[in-house]
Design a protein around this ligand. Structure first.
Ligand code: DO4
Ligand code: MG
Length: 291
């Protein structure tokens, strides 16, 4: 079972999306309101949704025709980094000007007990499915980072899974690690959606295929896939470090790191369409535009 939100007139409607792609509008104004209602009713979010849709008639709207919005207004989006070997190699390439034999702080963090975690975005900087992601004007090496994203409650519980795009400037990041916030955070530099797969209906988050496709002038210029099975760390481990002596707001999203990096000569251009699929969650599509 997945939860989506779509735009209808001036309103945003929360809805359940079944595995058969049937859409059932829900009475709750947003995802966390649904989660709190389930809590009050003493049941799981899945049970609350199932009760709501039992006997109800699905919407006659076709899922594909809906104007989807971000499934949650995440107050904060955090991100983990260098959680896959592929990311470590790509970061080393950036930081050493292509000297793949060099040992860097990226090697250290990949092996360290403490993971890399950083603040990625806020609700105002985050876009949803179909939205525009911005390209920084002072970078000439920019890529999407397709990532499995965790939707957390204030206690650090994983209540759902979605897709995140951690837009990144490889040149700024490679120039100096102290530039990381600028390489990661700017207007519309993060995208999440299109749906939240409820945690109770996720069979194994370490067996998901992530695929990223990029289209330019209607032609596919990048297509790469990888598995969350290659994740170096456990999801609970990332959440535990994020929650340590911290405040977690209900609906915080944690991106779990990228396992896909486009070829080194590739940089995004305005007009590029970015598609990120994750098994059982859906496809997050965004267009790159100049900031
Ligand atoms: O260390 C820089 C960030 C790495 C990152 O965002 C990732 O591995 O996904
Ligand atoms: Mg990333």
């Amino acid at each position: 079972m997945r939860i989506i939100r779509f735009v209808e007139g001036d309103a945003r409607v929360l809805a359940a999306l079944t595995d058969e792609n049937q859409v059932y509008p829900l009475p709750d104004s947003d995802f966390m309101t649904l989660v709190r209602r389930a809590d009050r009713e003493g049941c799981s979010v899945l049970e609350a949704v199932n009760r709501q849709i039992a006997g109800a008639v699905p919407s006659d709207k076709d899922f594909g025709s809906l104007a989807l919005a971000a499934p949650i207004d995440a107050p904060e989006v955090w991100a983990a980094g260098v959680t896959y070997l592929r990311s470590k190699e790509a970061r080393n390439y950036e930081a050493t000007g292509g000297r793949l034999d060099a040992s860097t702080f990226y090697d250290k963090v990949y092996d360290a007990e403490r993971p890399e975690l950083f603040m990625k975005s806020t609700a105002a900087r985050t876009v949803g499915p179909g939205g525009d992601v911005c390209l920084r004007s002072d970078s000439s090496w920019q890529v999407p980072e397709p990532e499995l994203a965790l939707v957390l409650d204030g206690g650090g519980g994983i209540i759902g899974y979605t897709i995140g795009n951690d837009m990144s400037c490889r040149d700024i990041e490679g120039e100096n690690p102290l530039y990381l916030p600028q390489a990661k955070i700017w207007r519309q530099s993060c995208s999440i959606g299109p749906a939240i797969r409820l945690a109770d209906t996720m069979s194994d988050p370490y067996k998901l295929t992530i695929t990223c496709r990029i289209f330019r002038d209607g032609e596919k210029v990048v297509e790469e896939s990888a598995s969350t099975g290659q994740l170096k760390r456990k999801l609970d481990e990332l959440v535990a470090y994020l929650a340590k002596d911290n405040i977690l707001f209900d609906g915080t999203v944690l991106l779990t790191g990228t396992c896909i990096v486009p070829p080194n000569q590739f940089t995004l251009a305005p007009g590029d369409r970015i598609e990120i699929d994750i098994t059982g969650i859906g496809t997050l599509t965004n267009t790159a535009v100049s900031a």
